[in-house]
Design a binder for this molecule. Structure first.
Ligand SMILES: O=C(CO)COP(=O)(O)O
Length: 255
């Protein structure tokens, strides 16, 4: 499939940044960027920012996402937020399995799989993150690892549900480091992910899947990364907090 036929999605991951007041201001600067953009624009914001950001984005083309959800729909899980709670607010997306969750909060491929299930059952679309550490890259196991992360996370996901999944390839060594994967490295792993999905769901489902790259994507390197045949968008941390930089990335994706 020609990649132009796939949905290009530029998603900002604000991580643990912005108070509700600051969030209102930032999303206000992002809304005009999404107008007539040749790609879909999403912002994944802290839970406390969801309400003001949803309010501001109402009627616009900007999608709103959370950064995690619990695997249960409700219950005795102090401090957690469920997918149905997010969906009931009007949230459309949720990031699942970000490497920061895996590294600092004990997420495993199995809990990622359970959260994917919950997100889909709750009616959300999921941005599933996979990616290797520097050590794993140096050991030469990137392809195997990423294929395994993808397979386990997608366990039990139907072909119909796959339409609500975006996969983000985020090499851990490139996140927040200013060290971006080369366009070739990014494309190679995104192609591996697509081949893995093809082995599970067939090639037309894999062809239709949006696969993002994330890890120090910025105004300067976005165009080259996004021009790669298997890179359909970006999951952007730091640069998504700077409207001018985010604008450049959106522009590059729309070309
Ligand atoms: O983790 C990321 C997005 O989820 C990438 O973060 P940076 O763009 O800050 O490297």
């Amino acid at each position: 499939m020609n990649k132009k036929l796939r949905k290009a999605v530029i998603a900002g991951n604000w991580k643990m940044n912005k108070t509700p007041e600051e969030a209102k201001k930032l999303v206000g600067a992002i809304l005009p960027l999404a107008k007539d953009a040749g790609c879909e624009v999403v912002v994944c914001v802290p839970y406390v920012d969801l309400f003001p950001v949803l309010e501001a984005a109402k009627g616009s083309s900007v999608g709103v996402g959370a950064q995690n959800c619990h695997w249960a729909p409700s219950g005795a899980f102090t401090g957690e937020v469920s997918a149905p709670m997010l969906a009931s607010m009007g949230v459309q997306y949720v990031i699942i399995g970000h490497s920061e969750r895996r590294t600092y909060f004990g997420e495993t491929d199995l809990t990622v799989n359970r959260r994917i299930r919950a997100a889909l059952d709750g009616g959300l679309s999921a941005i599933l993150c996979v990616g290797e550490s520097l050590e794993q890259r140096e050991q030469g196991i990137t392809s195997e690892l990423v294929a395994m992360q993808t397979k386990i996370a997608l366990g039990g996901v139907s072909a119909e549900e796959l339409k609500r999944i975006i996969i983000a390839y985020e090499p851990i060594w490139a996140i927040g480091t200013g060290k971006t994967a080369t366009a070739e490295q990014a494309n190679e792993v995104c192609a591996t992910i697509r081949a893995t999905v093809a082995s599970l769901y067939g090639s037309s489902a894999a062809d239709a899947l949006t696969i993002q790259y994330g890890g120090s994507m910025n105004a300067k390197n976005a165009a080259e990364l996004l021009a790669q045949p298997d890179v359909d968008g970006g999951l952007i941390g730091g640069a998504s907090l700077k409207p001018d930089d985010f604008a450049q990335i959106i522009k590059a994706a729309g070309k």
